[in-house]
Design a protein around this ligand. Structure first.
Ligand code: ADP
Length: 478
């Protein structure tokens, strides 16, 4: 049985009290590894190591170009070990292999992107009066805390830690208790790639122990959180208590709008993939499809055909969907399906035969027409459930799309150029795709929410600004 300790100051360290957490396979419930059950003591050691790395260690003195080179080397090593890391990610998260391979490709791409960007963040020069020269320096926050979920550990490691290191922060990462083995592996690889000890520390543990201790630690300077809206509120409260900043990437109930003139051949596979990817356990899942009334029957029928053909199996079977992550997720999805008993079920996929008893499987389901106020049209299921809703005109489409508490991503399908621009501008979401959805992992594209979906932007160059702050220095030269 594999065991992984915390990684603190470049060293593997067990929890002080020796406790561990079993990491279970979502596919069959087997224990695939144990990790240290870190808590307040390990978090404190990790934060101290990060602070020391910045203030007295070699890390704090590294030039931006050197940090970039380390990230670029990490990208190369991740690429060289792609197959092995993809297998680990698939087993740990229960992802179909094809999805896990994509995730590792995205991880390498984040490291490549931020490796290349590290020495390209320029500051400002501001014209000011006559005898002043004013410059704005982009400085790292200092010690950044990264609390991440189990749905895309490798990708979220890449986008969060990659950007923070590129800007010169020292990081403490708390992966989720349900999956995060790739994070530990890649953090170890980072040391081999020349990242000085203490620059990146990983504390494994439960959210209410290690996560809460990290978010409340009095020597962190910034928190990057991806997870549920409820815990997001707790994180922001902890940040507010110490007056530090945070980015929150929370849930969504993202809509895809299909107008009557849409290219359906192109749209349908993308719409289906946007909800079944990772079993619907994706913050940006396209979980509502809004269809112009004149083509509702036609589009719903064609979506239903595709849903009926979907298959669910273990990660190794590599079918359309893998299992859900754990029992709580399985129960959550089952509860939503129970609440959908009054809705027309248009189609459902099928389970592969002879699935292991200990796995957490749910078939994908398509419901419609679903009233706008129904729980399934308003709340995040975080599972493979798509609701279809008709709209009469552009105004109603926008009203329905914006009519939830969330605002993460939206997609719209139409050939009408004017409508593309009008609707894209009126949608309240952090990202809008026109004739597409969530393309290629979106490494370069600023990502984040409005409303209950959170605030702050990750990914792309924008994340480098989130992980830094501007210092204004004004020189009077007389
Ligand atoms: P999910 O519903 O996706 O599991 P959570 O918000 O519960 O989302 O978890 C996301 C991350 O937040 C995980 O790493 C988890 O351990 C951590 N977490 C959970 N509870 C807390 C908490 N009270 N304080 C800090 N972190 C937490």
């Amino acid at each position: 049985m594999r065991h992984h300790d915390c990684l603190i100051d470049g060293l593997e360290q067990p929890a002080a009290d020796g406790r561990t957490i079993e990491m279970l396979s979502p596919s069959d419930g087997r224990t695939i590894a144990t990790v240290a059950r870190g808590g307040a003591a390990e978090v404190d050691a990790a934060v101290r190591a990060a602070r020391q790395a910045l203030e007295t260690g070699p890390y704090g003195r590294l030039a931006a170009v050197e940090r970039g080179r380390i990230l670029s080397r990490m990208a190369a090593v991740v690429t060289a070990r792609h197959a092995e890391l993809a297998e680990l990610e698939a087993e740990d998260c229960g992802k179909p292999m094809a999805q896990a391979k994509t995730d590792i490709t995205c991880l390498a791409r984040y490291l490549e992107f931020y490796g290349g960007a590290a020495d390209k963040v320029h500051g400002l020069q501001i014209p000011f009066l006559g005898d002043w020269l004013v410059t704005g320096l982009r400085e790292p926050h200092g010690v950044t805390a990264h609390i991440i979920p189990w749905n895309y550990p490798a990708q979220i490691f890449g986008r969060s830690v990659g950007a923070a290191l590129a800007m010169g922060n020292a990081c403490v990462l708390k992966p989720a208790e349900d999956a995060g083995l790739t994070c530990l592996e890649v953090a170890r690889l980072a040391l081999e790639c020349g990242l000085p000890p203490g620059a990146l520390n990983v504390v494994t543990g439960y959210g209410e122990e290690a996560g809460a201790a990290l978010s409340k630690h009095d020597d962190i300077d910034f928190i990057s959180f991806t997870g549920s809206p409820e815990i997001g509120t707790a994180i922001q409260t902890a940040a507010a208590q110490r007056t530090i900043g945070c980015t929150l990437e929370l849930g969504g109930k993202s809509a895809q709008l299909v107008f009557a003139d849409a290219d359906l051949e192109k749209a349908l596979p993308v719409i289906v993939n946007a909800i079944i990817q990772n079993g619907g356990q994706t913050c940006s899942a396209g979980s509502r499809v809004l269809i112009e009334a004149s083509v509702f029957e036609q589009v719903a029928t064609r979506l239903a055909e595709r849903f009926s053909a979907l298959r669910v199996g273990t990660h190794a079977m590599d079918l359309d969907l893998g299992p859900l992550i754990n029992r709580q997720q399985e129960e959550r999805v089952r509860r939503f399906v129970g609440r959908a008993a009054d809705l027309p079920l248009l189609a459902e996929g099928r389970l592969a035969p002879d699935l292991p008893a200990g796995g957490h499987y749910a078939v994908p389901r398509l419901y419609g027409p679903v009233p706008a106020g129904h729980a399934l049209a308003q709340e995040e299921v975080f599972g493979p459930v798509l609701v279809a809703m008709p709209f009469q005109d552009e105004a109603e489409a926008v009203r329905l799309a914006n009519g939830t508490a969330f605002g993460l991503v939206a997609g719209l399908w139409t050939r009408d150029g004017g409508r593309q621009m009008r609707v894209a501008r009126r949608l309240r979401a952090g990202q809008v795709y026109v004739n597409g959805y969530g393309a290629g992992g979106g490494i370069e594209l600023p990502f984040g929410g409005v409303k209950r979906s959170g605030h702050g932007r990750e990914k792309g160059f924008e994340a480098l600004y989130e992980f830094s702050q501007l210092k204004t220095i004004a020189f009077n030269h007389g």
